[in-house]
Design a binder for this molecule. Structure first.
Ligand SMILES: Nc1nc2c(ncn2[C@@H]2O[C@H](COP(=O)(O)OP(=O)(O)OP(=O)(O)O)[C@@H](O)[C@H]2O)c(=O)[nH]1
Ligand SMILES: [Mg+2]
Length: 452
């Protein structure tokens, strides 16, 4: 990203109470004086001031501006934040005015990029800004705020210090001692607990994904058992078409709901009918099967008003190893002996009756989803990571384990161990963004929105 003074609308474009336009760079102070009335020669730092914006000699808007003198600002440069009424046309006029005075429009994430470049935040914190803004649940936002505050960074800085101490010992043996054995070196308790700390973070990653993207739950069953009816009922809206004609749902439908505040991706699929001869239906069925395979949990519906058939049996086989629950739907018109035959046919301790039509038994559906979330949540970690961070953490953990093995067995040349310690420190540096290629930075910051 280039130099220069940058400006952008930092709030979403639209109508609302206020919009904030942010200017960062050397020209921020001069531009403020040129477009806002009554700005003193020396602007008071960090004080919100009410005034008016003028274009040529005409007042065009009322505003409140706040000046942050470098280095005490978000980017580390001079920043002015101008709050105006939020109207997309008005924001455009004010922003154009600012650009006409020598600023250029900020690229996505450029404010945060500058904060990172000026060492106001490290790369993990920079990533957290974007992840916090885009968080899909309140819990994920909480976790990302933890990283923005430095939870992960502090953990890594501590580990780095410990490794640097180790490296100093190792290097001094290499330099000054005749006996190059590893005997005098200990794998400290701190390094030991770092290995388990990293392992907890990595295992907890699955739960982070659930917090962000949602738990994938597929409602499966043969045609006409009431899948779409259940889907709509959980969504509290008529999203999916339902009818008494089997094969109503052709393609899958995915919608987000929240259970106990956790996001859940609920998926309604085409009924699975192994004997289908219709090409489109067959495509829908093959999608259903893929979705089941990739799901976190499955709600398997049976039609309580008719006998179990081979379609039910083949679906049941498909669910092997999956988190699952079986509901005998249409319990309002339940066939005699149905519960007994379902229990005999399907070896599952979670079999319940349901009537979507009469709204009975529905609480068991939410209980099931909650139980899966809780189960995955048992492995939750205090610190959460994204994929880039996780990949590097795995490498760091492997290096640490290697170093530990080398020290404990003493079966290595000391230079090799020194090299492994260096790799580990370098990977921590990559995580924190101390050494990172422009390509990676470009990829990270381009996913930000403009104005952040
Ligand atoms: N009696 C009774 N009928 C129900 C119940 N739940 C759904 N139905 C009816 O069963 C029929 C099929 O419902 P859908 O929700 O379309 O079933 P589906 O499983 O999505 O069907 P496909 O999309 O064709 O695979 C509709 O006529 C619903 O009104 C129930 O609890 N009791
Ligand atoms: Mg359907």
């Amino acid at each position: 990203m280039e130099e220069g003074t940058i400006a952008a609308l930092s709030t979403p474009s639209g109508r609302g109470g206020i919009a904030v336009i942010r200017i960062s760079g050397d020209l921020a102070e001069i531009i403020t004086k040129e477009i806002i009335e009554g700005v003193p020669d020396k602007i008071t730092d960090r004080k919100a001031v009410h005034s008016f914006i003028h274009k040529e000699d005409k007042r065009i808007e009322e505003c409140v501006y706040t000046f942050f003198r470098n280095p005490n600002s978000y980017t580390g440069e001079d920043i002015v934040e101008i709050s105006i009424h939020s109207n997309p046309h008005l924001s455009e006029v004010v922003l154009d005015l600012i650009l006409s005075k020598g600023a250029r429009e900020a690229l996505p994430g450029e404010f945060t990029y500058r904060a990172f470049k000026n060492n106001k935040i490290d790369l993990i914190q920079a990533e957290s800004v974007n992840e916090l803004i885009n968080a899909n649940s309140k819990y994920y936002a909480e976790m990302k705020f933890g990283n923005l505050e430095g939870k992960l960074s502090i953990f890594l800085e501590d580990l780095k210090k410990e490794l640097v101490n180790l490296a100093v010992k190792v290097e001094s043996i290499i330099e000054f001692q005749e006996d190059q054995s590893l005997e005098k070196i200990v794998f400290t308790q701190e390094l030991e607990s770092s290995i388990s700390g990293i392992s907890r973070i990595i295992t907890g990653h699955r739960f982070n994904e659930v917090l962000d993207k949602g738990l994938n739950v597929v409602i499966v069953g043969k045609a006409n058992v009431g899948k779409s009816s259940l889907f709509n009922s959980l969504l509290l809206e008529e999203r999916s078409i339902t009818s008494s004609i089997p094969g109503t749902t052709r393609d899958f439908i995915r919608e987000k709901i929240f259970v106990d505040g956790y996001p859940v991706e609920l998926i309604d699929v085409a009924g699975i009918n192994s004997g289908s001869v219709d090409d489109i239906e067959k495509l829908g069925i093959s999608r259903s099967i893929d979705l089941v395979k990739n799901s976190d949990a499955v709600i398997f519906l049976l039609d309580g008003s008719t006998d179990i058939d081979d379609n039910d049996r083949s679906i049941y086989d498909l669910l092997e190893g999956k988190e699952q629950i079986i509901f005998i739907n249409k319990s309002d018109v339940l066939q005699e002996g149905m519960i007994k035959s379902v229990s005999e046919e399907f070896n599952n301790n979670k079999i319940f009756q349901l009537s979507v039509l009469k709204n009975t038994g529905m609480e068991k559906v939410s209980e099931f989803i909650s139980s899966i979330i809780n189960k995955i949540g048992e492995e939750r970690a205090e610190i959460c990571v994204n994929l880039r961070q996780k990949t590097l953490l795995v490498e760091i953990s492997d290096s640490l384990k290697n170093v530990k093995r080398m020290i404990n067995t003493g079966e290595t040349e000391i230079e090799l161990m020194a090299e492994e310690v260096r790799t580990c420190v370098a990977n921590i540096g990559r995580l924190l963004g101390e050494v990172t290629s422009e390509d990676i930075l470009g990829k990270i910051f381009s996913s930000f929105c403009v104005g952040k």
